[in-house]
Design a binder for this molecule. Structure first.
Ligand SMILES: Cc1cc2nc3c(=O)[nH]c(=O)nc-3n(C[C@H](O)[C@H](O)[C@H](O)COP(=O)(O)O)c2cc1C
Length: 218
């Protein structure tokens, strides 16, 4: 592992700078993503790379929303997140299986921008494998009787209102499985940007259709 990577230290100035190689920067970035997976989503402050903005295409424009990073394959260059199969983004990915994943870590002063191809898993073993790892707190959201984004006569909490602040039992949470989906993102390229007073660092890492890495003007 390159020695400059900040995994736990809050000192951002030791993160990759212009003197580090492109290969080191790519490796550090992927490892940094993978390192947040065990962090709690509700940690305060949450690590920057714990959530990302997912931008998608629609028939007429673009759309974007925040989601939680769920899994990373640093070797094969894949990223996964979870969603409700009835959500608008799922329809968008079915029509246009492409997205941009945008991460920003304030401490590292680093933005990662991934160009990806999306693949929906809802009724297969991949979704089953992910579902096994989803705790009842998150499963509660998949118990919603109302479609995400549907109009409601009054505020709707996103789960059966009778549950209130309670968690479902593991058995009851299984009713959410049909609503659960995994979006698998095959990374085609990564754009790296680190802000620094000594000079910004920007680089592009192309993975598909062929590998290429290069510095970019910020
Ligand atoms: C911090 C945060 C984390 C979120 N995580 C997820 C998530 O992991 N999956 C998800 O589908 N929506 C998540 N949401 C809600 C989405 O941002 C969005 O409102 C919802 O998925 C509906 O999006 P859509 O209509 O584009 O499908 C999160 C929102 C916030 C603010």
């Amino acid at each position: 592992m390159p020695t400059f990577i900040r995994m736990t230290s809050p000192e951002p100035s030791v993160y990759p700078g212009p003197t580090h190689s492109l290969a080191d920067i790519a490796k550090a970035s992927w490892q940094q993503l993978a390192s947040v997976l065990d962090e709690r989503t509700d940690a305060s402050p949450a690590p920057g790379f714990k959530t990302m903005i997912v931008a998608s295409r629609t028939e007429t424009s673009a759309d974007a929303r925040t989601v939680v990073l769920r899994k990373v394959d640093t070797d094969r260059k894949y990223i996964w997140f979870h969603t409700d199969v009835r959500a608008a983004k799922v329809m968008q990915f079915e029509a246009f299986p492409a997205a941009t994943l945008l991460f920003w870590d304030e401490t590292l002063r680093t933005q990662l921008r991934f160009t990806v191809e999306t693949h929906l898993h809802s009724d297969d073993y991949i979704a089953d494998e992910h579902w096994k790892e989803v705790g009842v707190g998150s499963r509660k959201n998949y118990l919603s009787e109302q479609e995400p984004g549907s109009e409601q006569p009054a505020p709707y909490p996103g789960f059966p209102p009778a549950l209130g602040a309670n968690l479902p039992t593991p058995e009851a949470s299984e009713a959410g499985r049909p609503n659960f989906a995994v979006i698998e993102c095959r990374v085609l390229a990564m754009d790296y940007l680190r802000l620094s007073r000594e000079g910004q660092v920007r680089a592009k890492f192309q993975y598909e259709p062929e590998s290429k890495m290069t510095w970019l003007a910020p």
